[in-house]
Write a protein that binds this ligand. Sequence first.
Ligand code: 3HC
Length: 295
Amino acid sequence: MAIQKVGVAGCGLMGSGIAQTAAQAGFTVVVREVSDDLLKKGLATIEKNLNRLVEKGSLGAPDRDRVMGRVKGTTEIEELADCDIVIEAIVEQLQPKIEFFAQLDRLCPKTAIFASNTSSLSITELSAATRRPDRFLGLHFFNPVPVMKLVEVVRTIATDSAAYEETVAFAGKLGKTPVRTGDRTGFIVNRLLVPYLLDAIRVLQDGLASTVDIDNSMKLGCGYPMGPLTLLDFVGLDTTYYIANVMFDEFREPRFAPPALLKRMVLAGWHGRKSGRGFYDYADPKNPKPVPLTF
Ligand code: 3HC
């Protein structure tokens, strides 16, 4: 059975990007948020992104309208019941995800595939909340979703091979490059990326170099599109702190332990670009200034 109708749970940063990507690839999409306000905000993000493409001339106005017409927003979980695949991108916490999947499981036919966009939680643990661990897997997208070409397709010891291959093929139809990985916290990308980001904070914390020089080193010395401290602000310091703690809990290796400075910044409410301040100050978002750290 080929996937035709795509459900997305959550229309935040990741969910709106996934819904947009699926609609642009020609799929019929139902995206569900928990409140009208959040739904409106998420749909407006999709519209804004598509308008930007129209302004740049890479999408025609009629195509934008067709893409938008393929996205149906709802606050009713029942509207996801006839989707061939449902991709969950709700809040990154275990209990709300478990409750969501348990409820969805009662609504959807046995044939539907369930996927989580979690970056750190165990896919196996989430799948155990349903009666379909064989049709349950991870689909981990990257921020910004419409731009980043990778999707990690995560299988557990219980995932059925046919369902897995069908989802790998689906990720390809989204215009992404799928990579295959097993269910270990952080999968491939965060397993490699998170220790690197935490090390960049340790370099700053140790007084070895300044924020700008650390970023320039990796940007100009290694060709990374963003330096590590800019990337941390982009991903969110709270998100990285959460992921690092989950990874440390799984592997018990010091390289995954969040540095004290990261914890202090999160406790101070410095969550990066979204809060207006992290390693940089975003008072003027087009011209971020490094925050002088006194510690
Ligand atoms: N939504 C949609 N499109 C966006 C966008 C957004 N939020 N931000 C940028 N774009 C588009 C632009 O429109 C532009 O499109 P074009 O090439 O068709 O003109 C293109 O991306 C490039 O954007 P800009 O020219 O404005 O800026 P840059 O060249 O600096 O690129 C970037 C921006 C793509 C974000 C680039 O800096 C980059 O690749 N950064 C690294 C991002 C990264 O590492 N992401 C992974 C984070 S880890 C993660 O998500 C995992 C999680 O579990 C933590």
